[in-house]
Design a protein around this ligand. Structure first.
Ligand SMILES: O=C(O)CCC(=O)c1ccccc1C(=O)O
Ligand SMILES: [Mg+2]
Length: 370
């Protein structure tokens, strides 16, 4: 396929409810949408998960815009693309890091590719599930009671797994309270790198709550200390921030740093790499699940597609659009019924961007031509 035009949009959307982690609070979501247009008049869509501040990882909306405009877009417009795998495996190779920027444009090309083939993106990736099981990620709240009522609401709605955010001062007591009230739910905790090995005793205290996993307790770029911690914990560690590639996963497995991998398309540079990580983990009997980055509809649709691969065994963080937005940018919105999302059967991501809605949330846009 030959790409004749790429459009970047800088979007801003108000979140229904602020989301707090050990890293801070998000009230609004700013992000980039990438549209890739081919000669045959089709458009493919991608969404960057980089936020306005470099708190989760280094990348931001501005660094993504820079890398897209000055490096990735010229590489995509330069010559025809035979298959989307070519981007990650060849064309983007000289560009170090900048995973979220790469994933945003690669996602648009994957969507376009699937639309050209007339098949769902899930199928183009080799996914076979017709519906996917999902959980929900709950932020740090003003009080434990506030959190308990949210857990109750989402358990009643049918979400298959509850994730709570933890940080020093909001951890063992909070997890105990949720576990006592909901003895049988699939429960896990995500620290977003808020601890060090010096906190090992505190983290070991979480072992008694039968958590499915503890996500990223230690530094955002560490796999060595995580191995030392994993050796002391019964609860499996899940790596999020530390993983950018299939090579990172190979090393983490070799060291024994984790028992589970959270795959985020944006954090690993796109769908091609995400699938490779999925395949390696499957071969090594490491379950994976799809993480979330508070995505709007386009990113959410990509998450649905990748989750159809067979080793996405654990429920992910891909909750319904209505959990985040008054009105999402796609039609239909992503809906969850009794903890399941039905995978769309239309070509590409299977949801259509709502142009009026997108325009309402666009702060700035720019076009690039071949
Ligand atoms: O609902 C979601 O999209 C998942 C929310 C979430 O946990 C998260 C949101 C923003 C940044 C990092 C994370 C995380 O998984 O660590
Ligand atoms: Mg996480």
């Amino acid at each position: 396929m030959r790409i004749k035009q790429i459009i970047l949009r800088h979007m801003k959307m108000r979140m229904l409810r602020p989301f707090t982690t050990s890293l801070g609070t998000e009230y609004d979501k700013e992000f980039i949408v990438v549209e890739a247009k081919s000669e045959d008049g089709l458009s493919g869509w991608g969404e960057s998960v980089a936020a306005i501040e470099p708190f989760y990882k280094e990348e931001t909306v501005k660094t993504n815009w820079h890398i897209l405009e000055d490096f990735l877009i010229p590489l995509v417009l330069e010559k025809p693309i035979a298959h989307p795998d070519e981007l990650n495996e060849e064309r983007f190779k000289p560009i170090r890091g900048n995973y979220m920027a790469k994933a945003a444009i690669e996602g648009a090309i994957w969507d376009l590719y699937a639309r050209q083939q007339g098949i769902p993106l899930a199928k183009a990736l080799g996914g076979e599930k017709k519906k996917i099981e999902v959980g929900i990620s709950l932020g740090i709240e003003e009080s434990v009671n506030e959190l308990l009522s949210l857990v109750e609401k989402y358990v009643q709605e049918g979400y298959k797994r509850i994730k709570v955010k933890i940080k020093p001062g909001w951890d063992v007591e909070v997890v105990r309270a949720v576990r006592e009230r909901f003895p049988d739910i699939q429960l896990m905790a995500d620290a977003n790198s808020a601890y060090t090995l010096a906190d090992a005793e505190r983290l070991k205290a979480l072992d008694e709550f039968n958590l499915t996993m503890i996500e990223q307790p230690l530094a955002h770029d560490d796999i060595v200390d995580h191995a030392e911690l994993q050796a002391q914990l019964k609860t499996p560690i899940c790596l999020d921030e530390s993983i950018h590639s299939v090579e990172d996963v190979r090393k983490a497995i070799k060291l024994g740093s984790c028992g589970v991998i959270n795959i985020k398309i944006g954090r690993v540079g796109g769908l091609t790499e995400a699938r490779k990580i999925h395949d390696l983990c499957k071969e090594r009997n490491i379950p994976v699940w799809c993480g979330g980055m508070l995505e709007a509809g386009i990113g959410r649709a990509h998450n649905v597609a990748i989750t159809t691969l067979s080793n996405f065994i654990l429920p992910g963080d891909t909750a319904a659009s209505s959990r985040y937005w008054e009105k999402d940018i796609i039609t239909p919105e992503v809906t969850v019924e009794d903890g399941w999302i039905t995978v769309p059967e239309k070509p590409g991501i299977g949801y259509e961007p709502d142009h009026d809605c997108m325009d309402n949330f666009t702060l700035y846009s720019k076009s690039y031509f071949a």
